[in-house]
Design a protein around this ligand. Structure first.
Ligand SMILES: NC(=O)c1ccc[n+]([C@@H]2O[C@H](COP(=O)([O-])OP(=O)(O)OC[C@H]3O[C@@H](n4cnc5c(N)ncnc54)[C@H](OP(=O)(O)O)[C@@H]3O)[C@@H](O)[C@H]2O)c1
Length: 355
C-alpha cells in the first residue's frame, strides 16, 4: 500500500476490516478532533462489537460520544465488548502512569493504541507554560506523554501479537518532514527563545515535535520488531483543537489568516479519520516502523530484524547519519541511530525524575 489513496479507496479498505476476535482499541484524545472521529468510525466499522476506550479530560464529551456508538445486538451482549472512558490529564506523567497501570491490571491485551491528543495549538512554545511536574506543556503533550503511554502499554500490544492478533501503535503528529532531533537542546530552551525572533531566524518549534515522534516510533520499532509503529501527519484538519486560539496581539492578523485558510481548505475530522484508519488497519503493515502522510500513504517504512544489533552499534558509519535508521535510509525521517539513542536516554532521565 504505497500509493496515495482517494477517500473512496480509504473508505473501501476500512469497510472490509474485520477480526475473528474482539478488538481492543485505545484512543488517547478520543473525546474530540481526529481521535474522536477515529473512535467513532472504528465503532461503526465493528458495529460496536469491540472494546473501545477513549481517554481525555472531558467526561461530558466522552458520555455524548459513547452514547452514540452502535451497540451489538442481544446475542452478543456478554461477549466482552465494552465502550468506556478513562479520565486522564495527560500533561501529568504521574496521571498517565496511573491510568496505564489500571489498564494493565484489567486488560489482557491492546490491539490498537492511537494517540492524537495534542493540547493547545498555540505551539509557538513562547506561550507554552512549564507545568507542575517541571515539563514544558507542549513538549509534554506532543512527546513525553506519548512516550509514557507507549512504554507503559507496549506489553499489552506484545500480548496481542503473541495471540496472533493486530498490534499497532500510532502517534498522530507530523511525519515526513525530515526534522532533525535537536540533540544539543532537547529541552527546547534555546528553540523556545528564538521561536518568534526574526533577527535570529525563527525556530520552527512545531517541526521539532515531529522529530521527537520520529525518534519515538523508531526506537520502539527497534525494540519491539513484531509490532507496527506508525507516525502519521493528519495535514490541516478542522478540529476545535486545530485552530489557533491565542498568539498575542502582534500576531492576531496571522492567527486570523491561518484559521481562515484552515476553515476553507482544511479536511473535516471525519474525512481525516478515514485516512488515519486506513493506515492503522493496513493489513500489509503488521510490523515495523511506518512514516505516513495525511492520506495514510506510506512515505517510508522499515521492518527491523528480530536481532536488531545494528541499531545499537554506534561504531557503524551509518549510525550518525540523519535519515538512516538501523542502516536503512528512510524518506522523510530526520533522526539517526545516535540522535534517537540520545533522545531516549534524555527522555528516561527526565521521566525518571518524575516520581
Ligand atoms: N488539527 C490539525 O490541523 C493538525 C495539524 C497538524 C498536526 N496536528 C496534530 O494531530 C493530532 C490530532 O489533531 P487534533 O486537532 O485532533 O488534536 P487535538 O484537538 O489537540 O486533540 C483533542 C483531544 O486531545 C485531548 N486533550 C487535550 N489536552 C489534553 C490533556 N491535557 N489531557 C488529556 N487529553 C487532552 C482532548 O480531550 P479533552 O478535551 O477531553 O481533554 C481531545 O480528546 C495532534 O497531535 C495535533 O497536534 C493537528
Amino acid at each position: 500500500m504505497t500509493t496515495t489513496p482517494t477517500l473512496a479507496v480509504a473508505e473501501a479498505a476500512n469497510a472490509i476490516f474485520s477480526t475473528n476476535y474482539i478488538p481492543v482499541a485505545v484512543f488517547v484524545g478520543g473525546t474530540s478532533g481526529v481521535g474522536q472521529a477515529m473512535a467513532e468510525a472504528f465503532a461503526r466499522q465493528t458495529k460496536g462489537f469491540a472494546h473501545i476506550i477513549i481517554i481525555g479530560r472531558s467526561a461530558a464529551a466522552a458520555e455524548r460520544i459513547l452514547a452514540d456508538f452502535p451497540k451489538p445486538g442481544p446475542l452478543k451482549t456478554s461477549s466482552g465488548w465494552a465502550h468506556e472512558f478513562v479520565q486522564c490529564d495527560a500533561t501529568s506523567i504521574k496521571s498517565v502512569r496511573v491510568a496505564c497501570g489500571a489498564l494493565r491490571a484489567r486488560l489482557g491485551r491492546i490491539n490498537f493504541l492511537v494517540i492524537s491528543a495534542g493540547g493547545p495549538m498555540a505551539n509557538s512554545m513562547v506561550l507554552s507554560q512549564q507545568i507542575p511536574e517541571g515539563l514544558d506543556e507542549s513538549l509534554a503533550m506532543r512527546y513525553f506523554m506519548r512516550y509514557t503511554f507507549l512504554k507503559e502499554l507496549v506489553p499489552l500490544l506484545e500480548s496481542a501479537r503473541k495471540e496472533g492478533q493486530h498490534a499497532h501503535f500510532m502517534t498522530i503528529q507530523g511525519a515526513g518532514f525530515g526534522a532533525s532531533i535537536p540533540t544539543q537542546d532537547l529541552g527546547l530552551q534555546e528553540a523556545k527563545k528564538h521561536a518568534w525572533n526574526f533577527t535570529k531566524g525563527m525556530t520552527p518549534v512545531g517541526s521539532l515535535f515531529f522529530a521527537y515522534n520520529d525518534g519515538l516510533v523508531a526506537y520502539f520499532a527497534a525494540e519491539h520488531p513484531n509490532i507496527a509503529f506508525t507516525h502519521i501527519s493528519p495535514g490541516q484538519v478542522r478540529t476545535v483543537g486545530g485552530a489557533i486560539s491565542t498568539m498575542g496581539w502582534l500576531f492576531a492578523p496571522l492567527k486570523w489568516l491561518f484559521n481562515t485558510l484552515k476553515a476553507i481548505m482544511g479536511t473535516s475530522q471525519d474525512e481525516s479519520a478515514q485516512y488515519m484508519l486506513y493506515a492503522l488497519l493496513d493489513s500489509s503493515a503488521e510490523r515495523g516502523v511506518f512514516f505516513r502522510g495525511s492520506r495514510g500513504q506510506v512515505i517510508s517504512s522499515h521492518v527491523s530484524d528480530v536481532d536488531h544489533k545494528g541499531w545499537e552499534d554506534f561504531a557503524l558509519p551509518t549510525a550518525h547519519k540523519a535519515g538512516v535508521f538501523n542502516g536503512f535510509t528512510l524518506k522523510g525521517y530526520g533522526g539517526s541511530d545516535a540522535t534517537v539513542s540520545g533522545l531516549i536516554h534524555y527522555t528516561e532521565k527526565v521521566l525518571g525524575d518524575i516520581e
